[in-house]
Write a protein that binds this ligand. Structure first.
Ligand code: GDP
Length: 673
C-alpha cells in the first residue's frame, strides 16, 4: 500500500496543509505535521469527505441518485430514508450480530458500504468494508437508517444460525441424561460401573465400552445416557459455564450411612437446577443397612417416597451385588416419561461439550451431547472459543458413525483446539463463519480475561430489586452448629416481602467450601458464614467467581444487614489498604519548610497527598495528610520501593530516625465481621 504525504494530499484537494491537518483532527484522524502520511485507503476516504459538495446540494444530489436507482431496479424493500434528522416514524426492529462487518451491515440496512464508511468517518472512525463493528456503533448506524437494532450476543444461538431459520419446529422425543450424585463413598462410581456392565453383558457379550465421558444404556423401554463423572462438582462446573445437560439426578445414599453433608449439597444443586431426583438407596447388601432411615432422612429434606404420599421415586440397590439395577433403570425411564423430554430436530445441531482432551494420535477430541438437530460428518461448527469441521464421529460403543441425533454422546474429531467441559457446541453455515466466530470469541476471552460478572450482592440488592432484576434472593448459610444454621434460615426467610422472597437454598455446618461457592454462583446466591470462614480453596474460587460472602458472629447483625440491604440502606464498610512503607533515616532542617524526614521507601509506593500514619514502635503517633514529597529538591508525585525521598508534614515535625511512614487509602468493601 502506498502512503501519501499530507502536503501532497492538501495540494490535490486545493487546501493548505494546516487546514487539512485541522480537518483531519476534526474527523478523528491524528497526524503530526504536513510531512506525516496517510495510507491510501484513509486518503481515499478523506478525499471522499472533503470533496463533498455543500450540504444542500448534497441532499439534492442524493435524492436524485435515489430516484434514479429506484427507476433502475425493482426493490421489494425500498431503502430506508437516508440519515436526515430524527423522524417520528416508529423504528423497524432488526437483529444484528455482535460480529457484523461494515459490508454485512450495509447489506442488512439496505445501503451501500461506502455510505456506512462515510458515516463512520463522520463519527471519527476510519474503517474498511471487512472491518468488524463495535456493537454500540452498529446500533447508532442502524438508528440513522431508521432501525432499532437488537444486538445478538456472540454466544447466542441466533447469531450462528440466522440463516437456518426453520419454518416449523419439529419436536422429537429424546432419551434422558442422568448424573449420579451423592456423598463420597456411598457408591456412585461402583453404581455407574454396575449399570454399564449389566448393560454390556446383556447386549454385547464381551463388548468393551470406551470411556468418552458419557455412555448410553439400552433397556426394553428405551435408552438412558449416563454422564460418567459422578458428583455435584462436575455438575456445578458445567452449570457455571451456562450448560445444563442433566435431566435427572440419581442420588446415591448408602443405606448403612444415611444422609451426609454431600447428600444435602447434591440435593441443593439438583433443586437449584430444577432437576428431578431419583433416590437410589445403595449398599442394601450390608448387614447394617437401614433403608427406612434413609427414607426418613430424605423426607426431611423434602424428598418423600411415593409410598409415604410423596412424589420421589426410591429404589433400593446394591452396586456391589448388582441388585436392583434393572429396576433403577426402569424407574429412571418412568421419571423421564413424566418429563416428556423433547428435542428440536430441524435445527442446526447444537449441544454441549461433556469432555475434551488432546489425543496424541487423533488431535483434539471432544465428547458432545447433542441437544437439538442432527450432526453429520463434514459439518462446520464452533465449540467454545474453538472451531472445526467434523472429521469423524465415534459413539460410546466405539463405532464410527456418519450422523447423530439429540441426547446421544458422541466423540468428535476435527477441532482446532481443546474446548472446556460445559462449552457450547453449534453447527454453523461454513468454515469461514466458524473461524470468524471462534476468533472473535477468543479475542473477547482475552480482553475480558474471563472476568465473570458479579452475581447478586447485598450491596446492590436494593438496586437490583428496584430494577426488577431480583424477585428472589437465594441464600446459602454455613454455620458452626446446625442450631444456628436453622435459626438463621428461619429468621431470614421471614424477612421476605412482596417485592423479594428470601430463600435459603442450602444450610449446613462447617467452613465455606468450593462447593458452596459453586452452588452460590450457579444459583445466583449470596453466602452467609456464621462463625465460620472460607477454606483457602474456596477463597481462591471466590476471587474469580465474585460471589458475595458475608461473615458474621452475631445473628442479630445478619438480620439487620440483610434487612438494610433490602431497603437499600446498607452502608458500605470502609477499609484501609496500606500502599507502602518508608523508614525515616535522617532529619534535615530546611529554612521555611521546617523539618524534612529523609526516608527510604522499603515497600510499595509513597504518594504525595496520600493519607499517612507515622508509626513509632508499631504505635501510631501521627495521622494526617502528607504535604510535601521531594526527591533531590524536586517536587514529585510518588516514589517507589528502593528509592530515597524527603517527606514533610504540615502539622508534625517531631520526627525520630526509625519512624515508619505508612500511606494508606480508604476503600469501600463488602461488609465482613
Ligand atoms: P463413590 O465415592 O460414591 O464413587 O463410592 P465408590 O463407588 O467408590 O464406593 C465406595 C466404596 O463402597 C467402595 O469400597 C465400594 O466397593 C463400596 N460399595 C459401593 N457400593 C456398594 C454396595 O452396594 N455394597 C457394598 N457392600 N459396598 C459397596
Amino acid at each position: 500500500m502506498t502512503n501519501i504525504r499530507i502536503y501532497v494530499l492538501a495540494k490535490e484537494l486545493g487546501l493548505d496543509s494546516p487546514t487539512l491537518v485541522a480537518e483531519l483532527h476534526k474527523q478523528g484522524i491524528s497526524v503530526k505535521s504536513n510531512l506525516s502520511s496517510l495510507d491510501e485507503e484513509t486518503a481515499e476516504l478523506v478525499r471522499a469527505i472533503l470533496r463533498e459538495p455543500p450540504k444542500e446540494e448534497k441532499e439534492e444530489k442524493e435524492e436524485k441518485e435515489e430516484k434514479e436507482e429506484e427507476k433502475e431496479e425493482y426493490r421489494p424493500l425500498p431503502p430506508e430514508p437516508l440519515p436526515k434528522e430524527e423522524t417520528l416514524v416508529p423504528r423497524k426492529k432488526i437483529k444484528l450480530g455482535e460480529n457484523i462487518t461494515v459490508k454485512q451491515l450495509a447489506e442488512r440496512l439496505n445501503c451501500k458500504a461506502k455510505e456506512i464508511i462515510k458515516n463512520l468517518m463522520e463519527m471519527g472512525i476510519i474503517s474498511h468494508i471487512n472491518q468488524m463493528l463495535d456493537p454500540n456503533v452498529t446500533q447508532t448506524l442502524a438508528q440513522k437508517y431508521g432501525y432499532e437494532a437488537e444486538i445478538l450476543p456472540l454466544y447466542s444461538d441466533e447469531i450462528i444460525s440466522e440463516h437456518f431459520q426453520p419454518t416449523k419446529e419439529i419436536l422429537v422425543s429424546r432419551s434422558p441424561v442422568v448424573t449420579v450424585m451423592g456423598h463420597v463413598d456411598h457408591g456412585k462410581t461402583l453404581l455407574l460401573d454396575a449399570i454399564r456392565q449389566t448393560n454390556v453383558m446383556d447386549k454385547e457379550v464381551g463388548g468393551i465400552t470406551q470411556h468418552i465421558g458419557a455412555y448410553e444404556v439400552e433397556v426394553e423401554k428405551g435408552k438412558i445416557i449416563f454422564l460418567d463423572t459422578p458428583g455435584h462438582e462436575a455438575f456445578a462446573a458445567m452449570r457455571a459455564r451456562g450448560a445444563q445437560v442433566t435431566d435427572i439426578v440419581v442420588l446415591v445414599v448408602a443405606a448403612d450411612d444415611g444422609v451426609m453433608p454431600q447428600t444435602k449439597e447434591a440435593v441443593a444443586h439438583a433443586r437449584v437446577a430444577k432437576v428431578p431426583i431419583v433416590a437410589a438407596i445403595n449398599k442394601i447388601d450390608k448387614p447394617n443397612a437401614n433403608p427406612e432411615k434413609v427414607k426418613k432422612d430424605l423426607s426431611e429434606l423434602g424428598l418423600t417416597p411415593e409410598e409415604w404420599g410423596g412424589d420421589t421415586i426410591f429404589v433400593e440397590v446394591s452396586a456391589k451385588k448388582r441388585i436392583g439395577i434393572k429396576e433403577l433403570l426402569e424407574m429412571i425411564l418412568l421419571q423421564a416419561e413424566i418429563l416428556e423430554l423433547k428435542a428440536l430436530s430441524n435445527r442446526p445441531a447444537k449441544g454441549v461439550i461433556i469432555e475434551a482432551e488432546l489425543d496424541k494420535n487423533k488431535g483434539p477430541v471432544a465428547t458432545i451431547l447433542l441437544q437439538s438437530g442432527r450432526l453429520k460428518v463434514g459439518d462446520s461448527f464452533v465449540a467454545g472459543i474453538h472451531y472445526g469441521k467434523v472429521r469423524a464421529m465415534i459413539n460410546s460403543k466405539g463405532k464410527k458413525v456418519k450422523e447423530s441425533g439429540p441426547s446421544i454422546p458422541i466423540e468428535v474429531l476435527g477441532l482446532s483446539g481443546v474446548p472446556q467441559a460445559g462449552d457450547s457446541f453449534i453447527v454453523v453455515e461454513d468454515e469461514k463463519k466458524s473461524r470468524e466466530i471462534s476468533q472473535l470469541r477468543a479475542q473477547r476471552q482475552r480482553e475480558e480475561g474471563m472476568v465473570k460478572t458479579a452475581t447478586v450482592s447485598l450491596e446492590q440488592l436494593h438496586e437490583q430489586i428496584k430494577k426488577g432484576g431480583v424477585k428472589e434472593l437465594n441464600i446459602i448459610i454455613k454455620a458452626d452448629v446446625q442450631g444456628s444454621a436453622e435459626a438463621l434460615t428461619n429468621s431470614l426467610e421471614k424477612l421476605s416481602t412482596e417485592e423479594v422472597k428470601l430463600k435459603v437454598i442450602y444450610n449446613g455446618v462447617g467452613g465455606i467450601t468450593e462447593s458452596d461457592v459453586m452452588l452460590a454462583f450457579t444459583a445466583n446466591a449470596i453466602i452467609i458464614g456464621f462463625n465460620v470462614r472460607p477454606t483457602p480453596q474456596a477463597e481462591e474460587l471466590l476471587e474469580t467467581e465474585k460471589v458475595d460472602v458475608r461473615l458474621y458472629n452475631i445473628i442479630y447483625d445478619v438480620i439487620a444487614d440483610v434487612k438494610a440491604a433490602m431497603e437499600g440502606l446498607l452502608e458500605p464498610l470502609i477499609e484501609e489498604r496500606v500502599l507502602g512503607r518508608a523508614e525515616v533515616r535522617q532529619l534535615f532542617r530546611i529554612p521555611r519548610a521546617g523539618i524534612i524526614a529523609g526516608c527510604y521507601v522499603t515497600d510499595g509506593v509513597i504518594m504525595r497527598n496520600a493519607n499517612i500514619r507515622v508509626l513509632r514502635d508499631n504505635a501510631v503517633i501521627y495521622q494526617g495528610k502528607m504535604t510535601s514529597l521531594k526527591r533531590f529538591k524536586e517536587d514529585i508525585s510518588e516514589v517507589t520501593a528502593g528509592y530515597e525521598c524527603g517527606i514533610g508534614l504540615d502539622k508534625f515535625s517531631d520526627w525520630q530516625t526509625g519512624d515508619i511512614i505508612e500511606p494508606y487509602e480508604e476503600i469501600a468493601v463488602a461488609r465482613k465481621i
